[in-house]
Write a new protein. Structure first.
Length: 146
């Protein structure tokens, strides 16, 4: 089991979670119902791809932008998140029905307001996940010798 903490103030930001392999991308939905999470409660996974801003042009097509954000973001089920609240900068809270997660971290630590995570839950995304920024959190393995 693993527990994630705010890297700035040490507040607990997840309950006990166990690592699983990164799941396959879910099918694209065509309705506005809340999307399911890719993570089951109590699980987390590292996304091998970069996520979020900044975005940079590709070498093959300078008009095509790809993420240059952090690699290995940590996906958790929304119910496993603790002590996070919406970012105070409303420009980070864009979305049609919920949060689209396209404008950088939109969740901050409730203890110190450090940018910790990005929630993606808008109607046009295929999932409802919370991504912890691996540079903003620390992890502890309470049942191991670490």
């Amino acid at each position: 089991m693993t527990v994630f903490f705010c890297g700035t103030c040490g507040a607990v930001v997840t309950g006990d979670v166990s690592e699983i392999p990164f799941p396959d991308e879910p099918a694209v939905r065509d309705d506005r119902t809340p999307a399911p999470s890719r993570m089951t409660p109590g699980a987390f996974a590292h996304d091998p791809d970069r996520f979020g801003p900044p975005f940079k042009p590709t070498a093959a097509n300078p008009k095509l932008l790809v993420s240059a954000g952090p690699a290995l973001t940590i996906l958790v089920h929304p119910d496993d998140a603790r002590e996070l609240r919406l970012h105070p900068d409303r420009r980070r809270l864009n979305g049609c029905c919920r949060l689209d997660g396209c404008d950088g971290p939109n969740l901050v630590c409730a203890g110190c307001e450090a940018e910790i995570a990005t929630e993606q839950s808008d109607c046009w995304v295929s999932w409802h996940d919370i991504r912890l920024d691996p540079t903003a959190v620390t992890e502890h393995h309470p049942n191991s010798e670490q």
